[in-house]
Design a protein around this ligand. Structure first.
Ligand SMILES: Nc1ncnc2c1ncn2[C@@H]1O[C@H](COP(=O)(O)OP(=O)(O)OP(=O)(O)O)[C@@H](O)[C@H]1O
Ligand code: SF4
Ligand SMILES: [Mg+2]
Length: 335
């Protein structure tokens, strides 16, 4: 069996404080696996560490701990030419395409830039490849001569995707790549990403705060809270039968199109995200959890396998009412 395209194990990223500002462990003991042709969704509130995890996977931020395997090969310590070669295989698409497109250059030049840096090609071959890439993302060859400001938001995101595809990557980290688009444009860009995934057997780490979008595009999902993954698993299981109270709260905040489920009890998130530079002891979610028990304030819960696939880090799965791998719907919210 082929190894996963990406195996990230126990990643930890810490940003040191400046002056009197304390440091932040933005990513703590995060493990993510993505198979060939698979999309892993990464969700969680603002500041939970999603973007930093994506950047860590691409080796764009220094790791304090953990290791990264690409196609089974340990790339954690790659430097110089080997790291540059690795970077060709892994690309990123951001919410704001201006961060990867030069506003003062025609988009053809921006799409060609990775080819100029990494591939020995004649000018004509590069021009042909740019036209091929524009065609792949549903744009016309003549678009190469236009400037980023001459495109709509959706078209600009297509240009950013074309640029990301230039070097035939295996993995693309999409960081809120469709979040700024209106719903119909969002659907078009998602359909494009899906087509490209099937066509080239691409793998995606799809970071988004919109859980409905993630359900649509991802095969599996990982839920982050204060720098940690608290639950992961196949999308169907996690969305239908969440095993972690934080996942349940996040999900109950999204509108339910199914009228039969509209009356279901909503578990709303109370309070703000705690200060990430001083996370609470024990379970980091205990200050906001409707099910919190004494043990939650003292001990960090371990990841436990959940029936139907995946795992969750919650004491309800091991102590107290002992769900042992069952979904939260089988326990009552305490009065
Ligand atoms: N370069 C940096 N220097 C210092 N702290 C940082 C840096 N980047 C991120 N952080 C901190 O790390 C934590 C995680 O940030 P990150 O951007 O990964 O969150 P996120 O889940 O992507 O949030 P959002 O949904 O708002 O994009 C936050 O507390 C943030 O303030
Ligand atoms: S471990 Fe305790 S506080 Fe944390 S999510 Fe589970 S029940 Fe809530
Ligand atoms: Mg982010």
């Amino acid at each position: 069996m082929k190894p996963p395209v990406l195996q990230a194990e126990g990643l930890r990223v810490r940003f040191p404080g400046k002056g009197r500002r304390p440091g932040v462990t933005a990513v703590d003991d995060v493990s993510l696996h993505i198979g060939r042709g698979e999309t892993l969704g990464l969700v969680g509130e603002s500041g939970s560490g999603k973007s930093t995890s994506g950047r860590a996977v691409l080796r764009l931020v220094p790791l304090e701990a953990g290791r990264i395997l690409v196609d089974g090969e340990d790339v954690t310590r790659y430097r110089g030419a080997r790291l540059r070669r690795l970077r060709r295989q892994m690309q990123m698409v951001f919410q704001d395409p201006y961060s990867s497109l030069d506003p003062s250059a025609p988009v053809g030049a921006s799409i060609a830039e990775p080819l100029r840096v990494h591939e020995k090609m004649t000018k004509q071959a590069r021009r042909d490849r740019v036209e091929e890439l524009l065609d792949l993302v549903g744009l016309r060859p003549s678009h190469a001569d236009r400037y980023p400001y001459e495109f709509s938001g959706g078209q600009r995101q297509r240009v950013a995707i074309a640029r990301a595809l230039a070097l035939h990557p295996r993995l693309i980290v999409c960081d809120e790549a469709v979040s700024a688009l209106d719903v119909s444009t969002q659907n078009q860009v998602i359909n494009l990403l899906e087509d490209l995934r099937e066509r080239f057997e691409l793998s995606y780490l799809f970071i988004a705060h919109d859980l409905a979008v993630v359900r649509h595009i991802a095969h599996r999902v990982a839920v982050m809270y204060l720098g940690r993954v608290v639950e992961s698993g196949p999308v169907e299981r996690v969305y239908e039968r969440p095993a972690h109270p934080y996942t349940q709260a996040l999900l109950s905040a999204i509108p339910v199109p199914d009228p039969k489920r509209r009356g279901a009890k909503r578990i709303l998130l109370s309070g703000d995200l705690p200060d990430p530079s001083a996370p609470p002891p024990g379970c980091p979610f205990h200050t906001r959890c409707a099910y919190a028990m004494d043990v939650c304030k003292r001990e960090m819960p371990a990841m436990t396998p959940i029936a139907g696939g995946g795992e969750a880090a919650c004491h309800l799965q091991t102590t107290g009412p002992t769900l042992t791998g069952r979904p939260l719907s089988e326990t009552e919210v305490p009065a």
